[in-house]
Design a protein around this ligand. Structure first.
Ligand SMILES: CC(=O)N[C@H]1[C@@H](OP(=O)(O)OP(=O)(O)OC[C@H]2O[C@@H](n3ccc(=O)[nH]c3=O)[C@H](O)[C@@H]2O)O[C@H](CO)[C@@H](O)[C@@H]1O[C@H](C)C(=O)N[C@@H](C)C(=O)N[C@H](CCC(=O)O)C(=O)O
Ligand SMILES: Nc1ncnc2c1ncn2[C@@H]1O[C@H](COP(=O)(O)OP(=O)(O)OP(=O)(O)O)[C@@H](O)[C@H]1O
Length: 552
């Protein structure tokens, strides 16, 4: 092993000017959008070691560090080419490093030395691989965040919806110079190839900086993104400062194996977005308001913290709100709501208006207010915001299919108690004569507590539940459905089991009358079912519903 000082000094001796060649794609999905126009990138060993040392992450190198320049960075051996700096992370196997070496990796970064698999390579041993990867990724891709105004959302529910609302506002405001990193899609430019499906809500840091670089190279000036709690847990956004960070809400979710050990850990990770944002927007109706507000206050001047809530909402703390909103008119198709600025700093944003939103649901008014505030903070005018909200559509969220002979069908991504309750409560209130018929399943091998939550929400708000399959993983979907059923109040709700999801949807539509509402919950526009570790193609709930309406 080589001591820290010597490692950096050796690398510094004769360090060349970096040669600029090209970038490697990280992960299957990013392959699809890497165009020739991407700016070539590189990183030399000296830069890498100095950066890691400055951030107190570097322990040592396994051999004298050479003066090499890396033309590629990746954490996946299947993506390695010549002159690659390879990152060993997560459920890693030494065989991956051996493959990386065979493919041309010239050094690796890891938390432990791999003497056998990494023989002949310089091993850069660090205290935290995820932090090292984020720092070196940002450096490799030339700090693209510096060229973007970044708005980031966190919350148990509403991240994707609010991000789409803000994306559409920024599209109006910047004349289409905005990127979007969401759970559904990542959009790094305006050409068809610049839009591709996301693998994670918040990508791994190397992919994140790669995609930011593509966005900047494509001329984007703004970025709207979702930041999951897992992103902080895994340091995917380590070192990033956001221009505006929005905390929407928190309810127990994502607690369990491979996610968060406790609710406190989940809350802590979510709050890190506020710690790392120049301006914070907080939904004052969130649970844990005291904790959330104090976290923001600890690192952000009060002048840069904005609180909003529905007019008349009971707040857990006697805080002065900056912005309130109230419903003016709502139905099953749209919401009109009025926004009022209360504080001087909010008044300066000039956002007082009545807005028309064509994505129904009272909780979507709250999501929209957060987007309006974020848009206004980026300089968007209320006329631009108004236009964006009239036009906005969010894939798989409150999608509506209608037909004269059957109930109105809503396809929605609700997949825990809080979201299903919010969705069904809204629809139930709007349904005066008919029944609420819900098609739902729950995922296998994760989120087990959702099963009880679904039973509870169905008991509170549904008339008919058709229990079916939703990403069963390695579990038997009927066993999952039984677990939901065990929490349903059978005095109130009629239950059917139809395990084939397509048949379940057709059954629900077939039994509905025009006064009814049919809710297809949990899958949004997902085009697959996860079965025994395989993503099995699935036509999507929307397609099945549209076909069923035509054919029935
Ligand atoms: C716990 C967690 O963050 N896991 C993520 C993590 O897994 P990992 O590092 O263990 O990677 P792995 O796929 O097991 O493989 C180990 C390593 O070997 C490498 N490898 C693998 C095979 C090979 O041949 N060669 C090779 O080099 C892989 O590239 C990887 O670096 O890195 C992978 C990408 O490299 C992610 O796919 C994976 O997300 C899993 C699948 C996941 O579902 N994560 C969820 C919990 C998550 O992050 N969700 C949040 C949203 C939650 C919310 O809504 O709040 C998100 O941001 O998406
Ligand atoms: N503010 C909100 N409060 C409660 N439920 C909401 C809210 N916003 C959206 N929902 C419900 O949650 C579902 C998921 O919304 P969305 O995809 O915007 O949230 P998300 O935070 O991205 O979720 P996930 O982390 O599960 O991907 C919606 O389909 C809707 O039913």
């Amino acid at each position: 092993m080589i001591c820290l000082r010597n490692a950096i000094e050796l690398a510094l001796i004769g360090a060349n000017e970096s040669t600029v060649v090209g970038v490697v794609m990280n992960g299957d999905l990013t392959k699809q959008h890497l165009g020739d126009e991407s700016k070539p990138m590189s990183l030399d060993m000296t830069q890498a070691l100095t950066l890691l040392n400055e951030h107190q992450l570097l322990i040592q190198t396994t051999q004298p560090a050479s003066t090499q320049t890396f033309q590629h960075v990746t954490y996946d051996s299947r993506q390695v080419t010549a002159d690659t700096l390879f990152f060993c992370k997560g459920n890693f196997k030494p065989a991956y490093l051996a493959s990386a070496k065979a493919a041309g990796a010239t050094a690796y970064v890891a938390e432990t030395a791999y003497d056998e698999a990494g023989a002949g390579l310089t091993g850069i041993i660090v205290t935290n691989i995820q932090k090292a990867m984020a720092l070196l990724g940002a450096a490799f891709y030339g700090y693209p965040q510096n060229d973007l105004f970044i708005v980031a959302f966190t919350g148990t529910k509403g991240k994707t919806t609010s991000s789409y609302f803000t994306y559409h506002i920024e599209k109006q405001h910047t004349d289409n110079h905005v990127a979007l990193f969401s759970t559904i899609d990542r959009i790094v430019g305006n050409k068809p190839a610049d839009k591709f499906k996301s693998d994670l809500t918040t990508p791994e840091s190397l992919d994140l900086f790669h995609d930011m670089r593509s966005a900047v190279d494509n001329g984007m000036t703004h970025l709207v993104m979702e930041v999951s709690s897992q992103a902080y847990k895994k340091n995917r956004v380590y070192g990033l400062t956001f221009d505006v960070g929005i905390f929407l809400n928190i309810t127990p979710d994502h607690i369990g194996e491979n996610e968060h050990p406790t609710f406190a850990d989940y809350l802590h990770c979510k709050e890190q977005l506020l710690v790392n944002s120049r301006t914070c927007i907080i939904n004052a109706e969130t649970a844990q308001l005291l904790d959330v507000y104090q976290t923001a206050k600890a690192t952000t001047e009060p002048e840069q913290i904005y609180l909003y809530a529905r007019e008349g909402a009971k707040l857990a703390l006697p805080l002065d709100l900056d912005v309130t909103f109230k419903n003016v008119n709502e139905d099953l198709h749209q919401s009109d709501f009025a926004v009022t600025a209360l504080s001087d700093k909010a008044k300066a944003l000039a956002l007082d208006e009545t807005y028309e939103l064509h994505v129904p649901g009272d909780y979507n008014e709250s999501n929209a207010v957060s987007a309006i505030m974020a848009g206004a903070l980026s300089g968007a005018k209320s006329t631009e915001i108004k236009q964006a909200l009239v036009d906005v559509h969010v894939p798989g969220r409150m999608e509506m299919v209608t037909s004269p002979d059957h109930g109105t069908i809503y396809i929605d991504y609700a997949h825990n108690y809080a979201s299903l309750k919010a969705l069904l409560q809204f629809l139930h209130q709007q349904t005066h004569a008919g029944k609420v018929i819900v098609v739902i399943g729950s995922t296998g091998n994760k989120g087990v507590s959702r099963r009880e939550g679904f039973g509870k929400a169905l008991s509170e708000e549904a008339d008919v539940a058709i229990l079916t399959t939703d990403d069963p993983g390695y579990e038997d979907p009927k066993v999952i459905a039984d677990a939901i059923d065990a929490h349903i109040d059978h005095e109130r709700v009629t239950v059917q089991f139809v395990m084939d999801r397509q048949t379940a949807i057709e059954t629900a539509i077939n039994m509905s009358t025009p006064d009814d509402i049919v809710v297809l919950a949990g899958k949004g526009e997902d085009a697959y079912q996860k079965v025994n570790g395989v993503n099995t193609p699935y036509p999507t709930d929307v397609t099945i519903a549209k076909n069923a309406v035509k054919e029935l």
